[in-house]
Design a protein around this ligand. Structure first.
Ligand SMILES: C[S@@+](CC[C@H](N)C(=O)[O-])C[C@H]1O[C@@H](n2cnc3c(N)ncnc32)[C@H](O)[C@@H]1O
Length: 227
């Protein structure tokens, strides 16, 4: 079995200037850490990191934080950082359930969740990164009006996520059950998992949701759904 929490991985991560060993010390200080007043966006479950490293290269005016629970997986992400470096990317190895320990309310302006683990058994539903318990946690650290973008190949997880998001004080702005045949494809960055499933012919689902300022929950009247 691959040892995903191999302690040597931390030693190797510490050699990378993008790696944040003590993320708790940056709570409320992320903009100061990046040395500018640019917005801070976050991806949870970055995996091998193609998405967040590409995004950071495309958008130097935005700061990015990559969250990945397994340090050995983060080693693959940091290999994708170009030789000249990426000043606007920080990588953190924690479980998403610890977000409040590293973030003050409102510190994050956009959240990306890509191909999150589906946890298919009902008794594990709370572990899904789009479950109502995780959405409540995100609301505590997201800025009012912040966006969540979520992509997955897993239709069951996607349908579950649509319901949880609608019932958790977010407004669905855009939804597609077939990203590659929709106008939401423009500017898309395919993740490692996405490339694999798309090449197998699996339709990719994507939603964009906005945090409601009043946090009343309920269905959105503005949703544009594309089959
Ligand atoms: C299925 S992979 C997808 C990776 C990548 N986003 C992609 O699309 O290629 C899910 C990733 O999320 C990470 N992950 C799952 N649950 C997490 C959690 N609670 N906190 C942080 N990372 C998590 C896993 O370790 C894994 O690397």
């Amino acid at each position: 079995m691959r040892l995903r929490n191999n302690p040597e991985a931390y030693d190797r991560l510490e050699l990378c200037s993008n790696y944040i060993q003590d993320a708790k010390s940056l709570k409320g200080q992320w903009k100061k850490h990046f040395g500018n007043d640019n917005p801070v966006h976050m991806e949870i479950g970055s995996g091998k990191g193609r998405f967040i490293t590409t995004l950071a290269q495309r958008n130097p005016g935005i700061n990015y934080v990559a969250i990945e629970k397994f340090p050995t997986v983060l080693l693959k992400l940091i290999r994708k950082i170009p030789e000249e470096g990426l000043q606007n990317l920080a990588v953190v190895s924690i479980d998403a359930d610890q977000l409040e320990e590293i973030l003050e309310p409102g510190e994050i302006e956009k959240l990306y969740l890509n191909f999150s683990d589906p946890w298919p058994k009902k008794r594990h539903a709370k572990r899904r990164l789009t479950s109502s318990s995780f959405l409540s946690l995100y609301k505590k650290v997201l800025k009012a009006d912040a966006l969540i973008e979520f992509k997955t190949d897993n239709r069951g997880l996607f349908d579950f996520s649509l319901e949880e998001i609608k019932n958790s004080g977010f407004e669905l702005l855009k939804v597609t059950f077939d990203l590659y045949n929709s106008d939401m494809l423009e500017g898309n960055i395919a993740t490692e998992y996405e490339e694999r499933f798309h090449n197998l012919g699996t339709p990719i689902n994507k939603l964009i949701a906005k945090m409601k300022i009043d946090n009343q929950g309920g269905a959105s009247h503005e949703v544009h759904t594309q089959e």
